[in-house]
Design a binder for this molecule. Structure first.
Ligand code: NAP
Ligand code: 12T
Length: 342
């Protein structure tokens, strides 16, 4: 297969490093790879497929000759550089929140809406991590029995915030176990041995932006603005994987056994559900794997036509790097790099 000329923006970061790993593991067709970051990392050496690659500073010239650019350097960088990259002829698959709700930008989870890729005009957005794992689990049920309402509570790991947050949880844990006081830097409060109901900024409607992404992005991906959604997003002292308690109201009645039968055959989903032997998805065991794990499926005794479930996935893989690369793979497979002949 033809190899592609790739660039990774944010190659030194948490998600950028996972991009490199996933590209290698999936044998992505690469002709050349530019590893880009800030000026702080310029000159640093990284490895791709056992070859040393020097990190370069991201500049408007970085995208000349690039066919596919994977972005993971934050929304501000994406807002500035993604249009420049697209203008240079690259297709950008962007991991940040910058472009997700732009009506001209497809927001894609390949198991759900791969055909949206075709409408891109140079930028395709990867959804938020909490949204991705929820919709991968819920869409197969929605297709058969339309969802009316979702109530989600998340338990999100610190890796979602990047490498600085991993260091913060590590250091605070050590300090507290040594009887020292901690000074928070990344989060507004201590995260070690604590639980914080605040992810991303607070909005005027008293939800956080992370919660609001779950509302808007879910509707956009599932092509259904009528689904009622409410979320509470919570940071927990876990390194990798987000967990979610999700209550779902369907149009018609549905038993846990029906849901289990559907989910046991759903793409990207692994059913892990045997309470008799304490078998259910766990953040620890999901870390490093590609699937969205679903378990604790039960009837919601408080409401008709409703189920409750527990959904866990590695936020850096399916929640970020893997889904982004799956979008690029799908685009190549369907020959949609230049859908308008441009
Ligand atoms: P991270 O570990 O803090 O890494 C940030 C990366 O951005 C580093 O490579 C950094 O390069 C680079 N960067 C910073 N300033 C830059 C600049 N001026 N020009 C070019 N590159 C710059 O963070 P992360 O966890 O990898 O996350 C990165 C972004 O990905 C997040 O801000 C978010 O937008 C997105 N993300 C999305 C999801 C999702 O839900 N799909 C999940 C996690 C992250 P240096 O090393 O040179 O500083
Ligand atoms: N604030 O891509 O801190 O919109 O866990 C993902 C993760 C934003 C995003 C986090 C965030 C995003 C986080």
């Amino acid at each position: 297969m033809k190899g592609f000329r790739l660039a990774i923006v944010g190659a030194t970061g948490m998600v950028g490093q996972e991009f490199i790993k996933v590209l290698e593991q999936r044998n992505f067709p690469v002709e050349s790879i530019a590893l880009l970051a800030s000026d702080r990392s310029a000159g640093k050496k990284l490895f791709f497929n056992h070859q040393e690659v020097e990190v370069k500073e991201t500049t408007p010239d970085s995208f000349k000759g690039i066919e596919i650019a994977l972005f993971s350097a934050g929304a501000e960088i994406s807002r500035y550089f993604a249009p420049i990259a697209a203008q240079s002829g690259a297709v950008v698959v962007d991991n940040s929140s910058a472009w997700r709700m732009d009506p001209k930008v497809p927001l894609v989870v390949p198991e759900i809406n791969p055909e949206d890729i075709r409408k891109h005009k140079g930028i395709i957005a990867n959804p938020n991590c909490s949204t991705i794992q929820m919709v991968v689990a819920l869409y197969p049920l929605h297709k058969i029995n339309p969802i009316k309402r979702i109530i989600a509570s998340t338990y999100q790991s610190v890796s979602g915030t990047g490498t600085a947050a991993i260091d913060e949880l590590t250091n605070q844990s050590k300090q507290i176990l040594n009887g020292q006081t901690v000074v928070p830097h990344v989060y507004p409060h201590q995260i070690a041995f604590n639980v914080l109901p605040e992810i991303d900024v607070f909005l005027d409607n008293a939800y956080t932006k992370e919660e609001w992404k779950m509302v808007e992005e879910t509707r956009k991906i599932m092509h259904d603005d009528n689904i009622a959604i409410s979320a509470t997003c919570v940071r927990v002292p876990v390194f990798i994987s987000h967990s979610e308690a999700v209550t779902v109201e369907f149009t018609n009645s549905i038993t846990p056994d029906e849901a289990k039968r559907i989910l046991s055959q759903a793409p990207g989903v692994k059913l892990v559900d045997d309470p008799a032997i304490s078998l259910y998805p766990q953040a620890y065991s999901a870390a490093g794997s590609d699937d969205v794990y679903v378990g604790r499926i039960r009837t919601d005794v408080s409401h008709s036509n409703s189920l409750v479930m527990w959904i866990v996935s590695d936020n850096i893989r399916k929640g970020a790097a893997l889904n982004t690369i799956q979008i690029a793979e799908e685009m190549i497979k369907r020959d949609w790099l230049h859908p308008n002949g441009g």
